[in-house]
Design a protein around this ligand. Structure first.
Ligand SMILES: Nc1ncnc2c1ncn2[C@@H]1O[C@H](COP(=O)(O)OP(=O)(O)OP(=O)(O)O)[C@@H](O)[C@H]1O
Ligand SMILES: [Mg+2]
Length: 360
């Protein structure tokens, strides 16, 4: 999606502009393996406080200088980066169309896209792909009743341009920009066969992704995440936001306590939306099964969250490991354990670089 140019070297940089932190990773592909070269984080709360009281730079200027400083420190070997835009900025949907010729298909897709996108299509970057999967439809076949399933992806051009500007301002090029939904699916499912449901809970947003045989087929974004859990703790315990944030990250399992589990509305909402999506999928595809629920995002580090979703959804839920296909040396292996799944997006982006490289 949205390709600009491709890096030919064997180093690949992924940059995830998250609400709580910008995460950067560089991978090196050699001997048919992806190695961790370096990683870096910019804490956005720290950035927001930076320069307060003095001559305050604009938000964009602050991001720009923090990025330049970090990139210099990381001594990146690649001259360009793969970049994500937040899931909630874009649209991913599957549309069904009757069999038709390619030129007709383009017109039909644009016509269909209007149903989903209220603004002018001139302001939207769109891409689509006819998908093959084990559903009832096939890309080609005899009998006029065959249908095409088309994966439609769209995002506002101004969002794409904003993230592109952040990166180009550092003198790095942009290899490609994609919706983070695809980066997460690549990092956590990749080529694995089977059907997986990913629940990625960041700080401001939650991304629910149903992946069937390696293809994203359903995506739902919820405009709430870990920040709301902190707010719930804040209110129910009557403590400051800072203390609530520390408590949330602590060792105590507040979600599954037998005596007094904390009721967290945002997690209940995420559960009910997940049930609805999974129910609709099972209803449409009789006999289909979900092979696992994969938790992702910084909030999946919360104590007891695997047990919580396993109980709520009745399907085994485990925290995903975006590092499983990345080789690291001894010292770094310990560090990445701590970073865990908050690097899913950045790793998925850099792995796209690896995939592009292997294909070329
Ligand atoms: N150990 C922990 N327990 C509970 N929550 C945690 C823990 N560590 C981090 N978090 C939460 O994870 C969230 C940050 O996750 P992540 O880095 O995935 O978000 P982001 O990508 O910056 O945000 P978004 O995707 O919403 O833009 C914060 O709400 C933070 O409080
Ligand atoms: Mg995120």
């Amino acid at each position: 999606m949205f390709d600009f140019f491709k890096s030919k070297k064997n180093h690949f940089v992924g940059i995830d502009f998250g609400t709580s932190a910008i995460k950067i990773i560089e991978l090196c592909y050699k001997d048919q393996k992806a190695y961790l070269e370096n990683y870096g984080i910019i804490d956005m709360e720290w950035l927001a406080r930076e320069g307060q009281g003095g001559h305050s730079a604009s938000y964009e200027q602050k991001i720009n200088s923090a990025l330049i400083a970090l990139i210099k420190k990381m001594k990146l070997k690649s001259g360009s980066a793969y970049v994500s835009i937040p899931g909630f900025s874009g649209l991913i949907t599957i549309i069904e169309l009757p069999q038709m010729r390619d030129d007709e298909l383009k017109r039909a897709i644009q016509f269909e896209a209007h149903k989903y996108i209220p603004s002018s299509l001139d302001e939207i970057a769109m891409s689509w792909e006819v998908i093959h999967h084990t559903g009832s439809s096939k890309i080609s076949g005899v009998g006029g009743a065959e249908k095409l399933k088309v994966l439609l992806v769209a995002a506002p051009k101004r969002d794409i341009e904003r993230y592109e500007r952040y990166v180009l301002g550092t003198n790095l090029g942009v290899s490609a920009i994609e919706l983070e939904t695809f980066s997460i699916a690549r990092a956590l499912v990749g080529e694995d066969s089977g059907n997986f449901f990913i629940i990625d809970i960041g700080s401001r947003a939650t991304n629910l992704i149903l992946v069937e045989g390696g293809t994203v087929i359903v995506n739902r974004n919820i405009d709430a995440g870990g920040n709301e859990i902190t707010a719930t703790i804040c209110e129910s315990m009557n403590i400051s936001r800072q203390r609530a944030e520390i408590f949330k990250k602590g060792e105590k399992d507040i979600l599954n306590s037998k005596e007094s589990p904390l009721v967290v509305p945002v997690l209940e909402f995420i559960s009910s939306e997940s049930k609805r999506i999974l129910g609709a999928y099972m209803g449409k595809n009789s006999g289909a099964r979900i092979d696992g629920i994969i938790l992702s995002g910084g909030t999946s580090k919360m104590k007891g969250i695997e047990e919580y979703f396993s109980n709520m959804l009745g399907i085994r839920s485990t925290v995903g490991d975006p590092w499983r296909r990345i080789s690291t040396d001894g010292e770094a292996s310990e560090l990445v354990k701590d970073l865990g799944t908050s690097f899913s997006v950045a790793i998925g982006l850099a792995l796209r670089g690896v995939e592009d490289y292997k294909r070329d």
